[in-house]
Write a protein that binds this ligand. Structure first.
Ligand code: MZP
Length: 499
């Protein structure tokens, strides 16, 4: 006879946190949101920690270097989807890593043989006020001088040659490629130039560091930087082509990888783990998932050697897996079961396995509840799909702005490998597990994410915690009745504006 679990499948909206004593030192300014990504021994430091416990989902509608850069600058990490060739996924990693905050590729360039008329046209087209003069007019050509548009007198004739307009190299201090941003800024201050060109040994231009960017760096104290000062980024892999894909990703120095599967409690995943560990050893950070039970967790950790485990089946905003296949579990129940298994494993072995709660977070409150329940970080799709930086395009529908958002199991996503394990076929499934949809447009990441973070910190303070570890350890929660849920919103008032 089949086994029926005693508990009901619960979701995050069924829980509330009970405030605990807030001490004087518990203020949002003191809150640290650092959270581990890879397993570590209890008495040592995690190999990799996020500065905020948030990662974006590995989905075609979301993942792109623009979002990866924005999120890493704010302390999280983006994951790049594997519903594309290993080469184009690697290219996205490369573009993200190549971006160095403060090091700007010159987009306004002219050759030494040009004239003022051309300079004026370039300035008008690019909006840049600094034009690099290079031997061939390219952004990486041999640097011969700089033209500052603000220094050109009105009324100068268009035919005036570049050679008479530019500040030549003997009057410009440069720095060599490889210099850290801190050092470049010190140099910039010392020589009091508007910008400092970063050049290769052979004099070719790499990038420019501007004064204004030096100031804006203070805005991103939580940036996720690797050992070489590049932004961090992660990548999804699947159980079909890891032999070809993983080397491409590691070549670009991806910071961690994970199996992206709707159901990760499988021998396909174990085969993948075994191969990667055999080829690359224990240092590569590999996540496994998705699972929704203690058994799934134990399999991925004890049999497969996963560094972290992703939890969630069927809860995603675009997901119809539960409806189509009858598998899944309420996200809160799944997380509680897996967190208990993680804590048991910790007490047996002294090894802490981070847990990622993936999908189904409908609002900021649910992110907070997931972290209070013991998730170390959350993965979100819909949240990021609504932002300017996500990969999909904007639509105007009846006067309101939306962005396209579709599931990786929808026909629009072409049924890539995430959903084909059970059929053991590549790229072919016979039914959809996701829908093609729109989400309201919410603006830029830097406008939206700080509000989420502010709410999280405020709740932690109310619960007497200034680290995520104490937050989840000390959290006291209650399940709520339908009536309490209704009362959670406004009651008996006529709202002036829509919230
Ligand atoms: P959400 O944040 O939009 O609610 O959920 C995002 C998560 O849903 C992804 O990280 C992934 O685990 C899952 N997902 C992606 N595509 C589908 C689908 O087509 C899906 N069913 O469930």
């Amino acid at each position: 006879m089949s086994k029926i679990l005693d508990d009901v499948s619960r979701t995050f909206s069924e829980f509330l946190l009970i405030p605990q004593l807030t001490k004087q030192e518990h203020i949002p300014r003191h809150v640290s949101l650092r959270s581990p990504v890879a397993k570590f021994k209890e008495d040592s430091q995690p190999r990799l920690s996020l500065n905020i416990p948030i990662v974006s989902a590995a989905m075609q509608a979301i993942a792109c270097p623009r979002l990866a850069i924005a999120l890493a600058m704010h302390g999280g990490i983006s994951t790049i989807h594997c519903s594309q060739s290993p080469q184009s996924q690697a290219e996205m990693i490369r573009t993200t890593k190549k971006y160095k905050a403060g090091f700007v590729k010159s987009s306004a360039n002219i050759s030494y043989s040009g004239n003022l008329g051309e300079v004026r046209r370039i300035v008008a087209q690019t909006g840049r006020k600094t034009v690099a003069v290079t031997a061939d007019g390219s952004s990486n050509g041999l640097l011969q001088g700089l033209i500052f548009a603000g220094d050109i007198w009105p009324g100068e004739p268009d035919g005036k040659p570049v050679s008479e307009l530019m500040v030549s190299m003997d009057k410009i201090k440069t720095a060599t490629v490889g210099i850290s941003l801190d050092k470049a800024i010190i140099l910039l201050r010392a020589c009091n130039q508007k910008c400092i060109p970063i050049v290769y040994e052979n004099g070719h231009l790499d990038s420019l560091v501007f004064r204004r960017d030096a100031f804006s760096l203070n805005e991103f104290p939580l940036q996720m930087l690797d050992g070489e000062g590049s932004l961090m980024v992660s990548a999804a892999i699947n159980t079909h082509d890891y032999i070809e894909r993983v080397p491409c990703l590691l070549h670009e120095k991806v910071d961690f990888i994970f199996f992206d599967s709707s159901d990760g409690y499988s021998e396909f995943q174990k085969r993948g783990f075994d191969w990667i560990r055999k080829q690359y050893g224990p240092d590569i950070i590999i996540g496994g998932g998705n699972v929704v039970s203690a058994e799934g967790f134990n399999y991925l950790v004890r049999e497969c050697d996963a560094d972290f485990v992703k939890v969630g089946i069927g809860g995603g905003s675009i997901c119809i897996t539960r409806e189509q296949k009858g598998i899944g579990r309420g996200q809160a129940s799944a997380l509680i079961d897996v967190v208990n298994a993680r804590n048991k494993y910790l007490s047996e072995t002294g090894i802490y396995i981070p847990i990622c709660s993936d999908g189904g977070l409908a609002n900021d409150t649910q992110i907070i509840i997931a972290l209070a329940m013991g998730a170390d970080f959350v993965m979100m799709g819909r949240y990021f799909a609504s932002l300017e930086e996500s990969a999909s395009i904007k639509y105007n529908i009846r006067g309101k702005t939306y962005k396209a958002y579709w599931g990786e199991g929808s026909s629009r996503a072409k049924h890539w490998q995430r959903y084909s394990d059970s059929l053991q076929e590549k790229n072919i499934t016979q039914f959809e597990e996701g829908v093609d949809a729109y989400v309201p447009y919410y603006g830029w990441l830097h406008e939206v994410l700080p509000i989420t973070i502010a709410k999280l910190k405020s709740t932690m303070v109310s619960c007497g915690a200034i680290t995520l570890q104490t937050f989840s350890k000390e959290a006291v929660m209650t399940t709520i009745s339908q009536q309490t849920f209704i009362e959670g919103g406004t009651s008996n008032v006529l709202l002036k504006d829509e919230p």
